[in-house]
Design a protein around this ligand. Structure first.
Ligand code: IMP
Length: 433
């Protein structure tokens, strides 16, 4: 098995950092193909927490890392992450696609101004400039890594764009207080520091695939945030589903062998928009606290809810999920009963499908199947439990996993019962030893 894609099946924050780190230990190359520093992937090793926003989550494994053309790169954030790793004694083996687009300060200002303009229709973005950078990409106004490392090109393009960006920001009622000279100085310095990593990363990646290397494509956000398939217009601004690995990294669909769908044992959402199974009661509070459901990127409290099977089944269909990685099963431990939303009631009818608009999704009332909860693991014992393997888990937990597989139509490949590397149980080892 050579190429595997990992995507989020929910609203993001499904535990990508941990699961990608796990598979990265067996991969030769890890490639990010979409999003930017709106992502926050957390990896916990020996109790120490690392949060990555741009750096592929294989960074701690010493694996070859690639930032693909589909990613939007804030050079300041990337350099900070490289610095953080260097302090830990890790020099990331990084390649950055020369075709990846660059985030500038005016993108962040536009993100803020657009959200303000949208008012009650805002998405609750991370305000990192992701959307405006993708807007520039589609509008053919964007600057890419190949421009960043070329002083003359950068100056020529910024000279041309600057007055337009001023007008755009002011049009949305935002403040434009940037100095072009300062911006050029700052970005020239970033270009200098990053140029040794910028290359035709796609060529390197395809050479690796052709020579039989194991390549892991690390998705960001989640299917329900995809700009085409997610909850439009409150999702993110790019494609984040499995097909985006092909366009955002430049890998042929014929080369991809497996698509792993990441899911939490419940759902969470940071930002605006409908969430049919949302828990606004003390159970929700319990899950939020126990699951530390606060955004890695913005620190915002996440909204939480019971597992949503129509959304999961939809994600399995869109992505062609071959297996599931189920995280945070430990968070639901200790609850007497857990619910699974098997379908929605919409307009007096029962449906198992996700409607196309936020307005309809808002009206969906969840129909639940009640399951028995499972007992809490003894404090600090999850690693020991994981070592004993799947069969040693509480029967109710296994029943829950079996039900999720049955309802979604996808087998469980990996389950996670704690944030640490070792608190993982493999049911099907797709990447080999
Ligand atoms: P943007 O991606 O910053 O433009 O934000 C668009 C929407 O996607 C907002 O509702 C964000 O909260 C959400 N979002 C973006 N990135 C993530 C993520 O990594 N996890 C969860 N939600 C995200």
């Amino acid at each position: 098995m050579a190429c595997m894609v990992i995507v989020g099946t929910q609203w993001g924050d499904e535990g990508k950092g941990k699961v990608v780190d796990y598979y990265a230990g067996k991969a030769d190359v890890v490639v990010r193909f979409s999003g930017g520093n709106n992502a926050g992937h957390t990896v916990v090793v020996k109790g120490k927490k690392y949060a990555f926003h741009l750096m592929p989550s294989g960074a701690l494994r010493g694996t070859q890392l690639i930032i693909g053309n589909g990613v939007v790169v804030d050079p300041k954030v990337l350099l900070e992450e490289m610095e953080m790793l260097k302090k830990e004694g890790i020099t990331p083996k990084l390649l950055i696609s020369e075709r990846a687009h660059v985030i500038f300060p005016y993108h962040r200002a536009l993100d803020e101004a657009e959200e303000q303009f949208k008012g009650k229709r805002k998405a609750g973005t991370t305000k990192r400039g992701i959307g405006p950078c993708y807007e520039d990409k589609a509008g053919r106004f964007g600057l890419r890594m190949c421009d960043l490392i070329n002083r003359e090109m950068l100056k020529e393009k910024i000279d041309h764009l600057f007055p337009l960006k001023e007008k755009q920001i002011q049009m949305y009622g935002g403040r434009f207080d940037f100095s072009k000279e300062q911006l050029l100085q700052e970005y020239n310095a970033y270009g200098e520091k990053l140029k040794e990593y910028v290359c035709d990363a796609n060529l390197e990646m395809n050479n690796a695939i052709n020579s039989g290397k194991k390549v892991l494509f690390e998705g960001t956000q989640g299917t329900m945030l995809d700009v085409d398939h997610g909850m439009y217009p409150v999702g993110t601004s790019c494609n984040v589903t499995a097909g985006a690995a092909c366009t955002g990294a430049g890998v042929s669909p014929t080369k991809i062998n497996e698509v792993v769908g990441l899911m939490k044992a419940y759902v969470s959402r940071v930002g605006e928009g409908p969430l049919p199974t949302e828990l606004k009661d003390e159970t929700g509070e319990y899950i939020r606290k126990k699951g530390a459901e606060f955004g890695t990127t913005t620190g915002r409290p996440r909204r939480v809810g019971w597992l949503d099977i129509p959304a999961l089944r939809y994600a399995c269909r869109i992505n062609g999920i071959s297996g599931l990685a189920i995280t945070k099963l430990d968070v639901l431990a200790g609850l007497e009963k857990v619910n699974i939303c098997t379908s929605y009631s919409l307009d007096k009818k029962t449906t198992g499908e996700v409607p196309p608009s936020c307005e309809l999704m808002e009206q969906c009332k969840p129909i639940y199947k009640e399951m028995k909860g499972w007992q809490e693991f003894e404090a600090g014992k999850a690693e020991e439990v994981a070592k004993k393997g799947y069969d040693a888990l509480p029967k109710e937990l296994k029943d829950y996993v079996a039900e999720v597989s049955k309802l979604s139509g996808a087998p469980a490949y990996l389950i996670s019962i704690g944030p640490g590397r070792e608190e993982t149980i493999i049911l099907k080892d797709i990447f080999g030893k």
